[in-house]
Ligand binder design. Structure first.
Ligand code: RTP
Ligand code: MG
Length: 140
C-alpha cells in the first residue's frame, strides 16, 4: 500500500486540557508519523477559509468560534494510506458514536469539541496541507 500524507488538527478542547502529547501518541501508535507540526492560534479569516465547505451548515458560526477559541496544533501525518488510517483512529465525528480505542471516544467532549480534525480525502488532504504549510516545513 502507498505511503501518503494527510492533514490533522489537534483542536482547542485538546490544547486547553494539555492533551497534545497524548493525542499525538495515539496517532503514532496507529502507524502515522508527524512530518510537520506547529502550534498556532487561527484567525477568524483562517478558520472561515478552512471550513468554507461548511459555510451553509447551521453550525458554521459556532464551529469558527470554537476553532478560534484557543491554540491548535496543525500537523502533516505520513503513513500507509494515511488519510483513512487517521480517520480510523479519530473515530466518528460525534464521540457518542465513536468506537472504543479511538481518539474521539477517549478524549472528545462533544460533537463540536471533538479533539481532532482529519482530512476526508487525499484530494482535500493536499489542499489542507497547502493551506497551513510551505513545502520546506514538511520533513519526511
Ligand atoms: P473534521 O472535519 O473536524 O475532521 O470532522 P468530521 O469530518 O468528522 O466532521 P464534519 O462533518 O466535517 O464537521 C466538521 C466539524 O464541525 C463540527 N460539527 N459540529 N454541532 C454540530 O452538529 C456539528 N457537526 C459537526 C465538528 O467539530 C466537526 O468535526
Ligand atoms: Mg470533515
Amino acid at each position: 500500500m502507498a505511503v501518503t500524507r494527510t492533514f490533522s488538527i489537534i483542536k482547542p478542547d485538546a490544547t486547553r486540557r494539555n492533551l497534545t502529547g497524548a493525542v499525538t501518541k495515539m496517532l503514532e501508535d496507529a502507524g502515522l508519523r508527524v512530518v510537520a507540526s506547529k502550534r498556532i492560534h487561527m484567525t477568524r479569516e483562517q478558520a472561515e477559509g478552512f471550513y468554507a465547505v461548511h459555510k451553509e451548515r447551521p453550525f458554521f458560526g459556532e464551529l469558527v468560534e470554537f476553532m478560534t477559541s484557543g491554540p491548535v496544533v496543525v500537523q502533516v501525518l505520513e503513513g500507509e494510506n494515511a488519510m483513512q488510517r487517521n480517520r480510523d483512529v479519530m473515530g466518528a465525528t460525534n464521540p457518542a458514536d465513536a468506537a472504543e480505542g479511538t481518539i474521539r471516544k477517549t478524549f472528545a467532549e462533544s460533537i463540536e469539541a471533538n479533539t481532532v480534525h482529519g482530512s476526508d480525502s487525499d484530494e482535500n488532504a493536499a489542499i489542507e496541507i497547502a493551506y497551513f504549510f510551505k513545502p520546506e516545513e514538511i520533513v519526511g
